[in-house]
Ligand binder design. Structure first.
Ligand code: UDP
Length: 487
């Protein structure tokens, strides 16, 4: 049997690139040949950000190819950059280049490259499933959020049919309607407020792009030959059972970071050092700073790759962190405050900087998984991006949640109400609440016990014989047989 060859096509943002790279590396470890498709723009960024040249280069059994992202530089400076990317991919700007690439690799004419046996895009890239179908190549898809978030987004259609969406008028956005309207009929899910189904419900426009995109892209996942989810069975048993009842070919392989950690040392030895396609340069010195802090003492704050805040919100978070009286590591992306030309950290109140200089550390981007697993970290102030949440669960760290966009509301609801590992902040940030919630989760025996329990369960899932490990082997096996036909 020829070596299976999978073409991995992540949506071009960190929240999809990172788990796609983790999955690709895990597959490579098990003998699958990988072509990883980056956008030209992101590959350039990753090369600039890389600590070593080797981190961004291909290696045995792993090649990197590029396609354009369909944007011009002016689009990339927009606040809704990710929506711009979504529009570009949806409007077909990436389709022809990907088709050409897969067609070229499919035939096996490239020396030392086995013929393509599967196209594997992440969520939000269903044009790649279409390319696979046209070319007669089997496909799988990696959903990069939780199973509950997938179920919620799949139900946007029914919410529309039942008259919940679009919202009747703008007052629904502010009069408590989103919080008090309870949706209790989503299969496998506890009752959830309309506002926690997705940020895409926040619209009165029947043609809203986000609403359409969330609905279409989640439902398109079922067009793939198989669906891979970065979650683990014990974390979301009910909603996974409901999804599997509708669509049986689901492989849960999370937390991917935990799964991969088991192979890392061997991978590094195999050549080239570890692969890293980070779009920002990692500040690794913050790890040395953490080494000097007491176990469980540090508040780690990071809102991921896309969140944008106002100067006023930044100041509330700053004073909230100061009020905790605890050491903190705060990652402030250069562009987290829109329009601050000199970098967002410059927007911090000077008095705050003076007051916290000896116990606070601000970084622009960090090696997050290593930070979360550091023994000094005792709390994560997070936006509940799924990767961040999953990495946090795997590290056994309690969280304070401030969801902003897309699936983050659903993830926050589960973190606080189902898994018992977090406390939610109000949308309107207030320093007292930031400080109070941080203190509460760090001191609560109950929250800390839940966090430790989920860490153990995640480790079990990713370990030998665990559900995620076995499912990864199932994916490898499925890639080796050619019965994976798309719809
Ligand atoms: N990340 C990182 N360093 C940082 C911030 C984030 O390496 O300083 C990584 C994080 O580990 C995760 C991804 O970037 O893998 C962010 O994905 P997530 O789904 O949490 O949020 P998004 O950025 O998509 O909103």
């Amino acid at each position: 049997m020829p070596q299976p060859h999978v073409v991995v096509v992540p949506f071009p943002g960190s929240g999809n690139i990172n788990p796609a790279l983790q999955l690709a590396q895990a597959l490579r470890h098990h003998g699958v040949f990988v072509t990883f498709v980056a956008t030209e723009h992101n590959l350039r960024r990753a090369q600039q950000a890389a600590a070593t040249e080797g981190a961004v280069s291909g290696r045995e059994g792993f090649r990197i190819e590029t396609i354009p992202d369909g944007l011009v530089d002016a689009d990339r400076d927009q606040q809704d950059y990710d929506l711009g990317l979504s529009k570009a991919t949806t409007h077909g700007q990436c389709t022809a280049p990907l088709r050409e690439l897969v067609a070229r690799l499919r035939g096996g004419a490239t020396p030392d490259v086995p013929p393509v046996t599967c196209v594997l895009p992440t969520a939000l890239m269903s044009f790649a499933l279409e390319v696979a179908r046209e070319l007669g190549v089997p496909s799988m898809v990696l959903w990069t959020s939780s199973a509950a978030a997938l179920m919620c987004h799949m139900r946007l259609r029914e919410l529309r049919e039942r008259g919940y969406l679009p919202l009747k008028d703008d007052s629904c956005l502010t009069n408590g309607y989103l919080e008090t309207t309870i949706i209790d009929w989503i299969p496998g899910m506890p009752p959830i407020s309309l506002g926690d189904v997705s940020s895409f419900v926040r619209t009165t426009d029947p043609d809203d792009f986000g609403l359409w995109f969330g609905d279409t892209e989640s439902n398109n996942c079922t067009k793939a030959g198989a669906l891979i989810i970065n979650t683990f069975d014990a974390l979301e048993p009910d909603v996974l059972a409901a999804l599997r009842a509708e669509y049986p070919r689901i492989y849960t392989v999370g937390p991917l970071g935990s799964l991969l950690r088991r192979h890392h040392d061997e991978e590094d030895d195999a050549g080239g050092g570890s692969l890293d396609l980070s779009l920002w340069k990692h500040d690794t010195e913050c790890l040395a700073w953490l080494d000097a802090q007491a176990p469980g003492s540090v508040v780690y704050a990071n809102f991921g790759s896309l969140t944008v805040v106002t100067t006023a919100q930044l100041a509330e978070f700053a004073w909230g962190l100061a009020e905790t009286g605890r050491p903190f590591l705060w990652v402030i992306r250069e562009d987290i405050v829109a329009g601050v030309v000199s970098g967002s950290a410059a927007a911090l109140p000077p008095a705050f900087q003076a007051e916290t200089a000896t116990r606070g550390r601000v970084a622009m981007w960090c090696p997050q998984e290593r930070v979360l697993r550091h023994r000094a970290v005792g709390c994560f102030l997070t936006h509940n991006g799924w990767n961040s949440t999953c990495e946090c669960l795997a590290a056994g760290v309690p969280m304070v949640c401030w969801p902003v966009f897309a699936d983050q509301f659903t993830v926050c609801e589960y973190a606080c109400e189902v898994w018992g590992v977090g406390r939610r902040l109000d949308a309107e940030v207030r320093r007292e609440q930031v400080a109070a919630h941080v203190g509460e989760v760090m001191e609560s025996v109950e929250v800390r016990r839940s966090a430790a329990r989920w860490k153990a369960v995640a480790e079990e899932a990713a370990g030998a014989g665990g559900s995620s490990h076995e499912n990864l082997l199932g994916v490898v096996e499925a890639l080796g047989v050619s019965s994976l036909n798309s719809e």
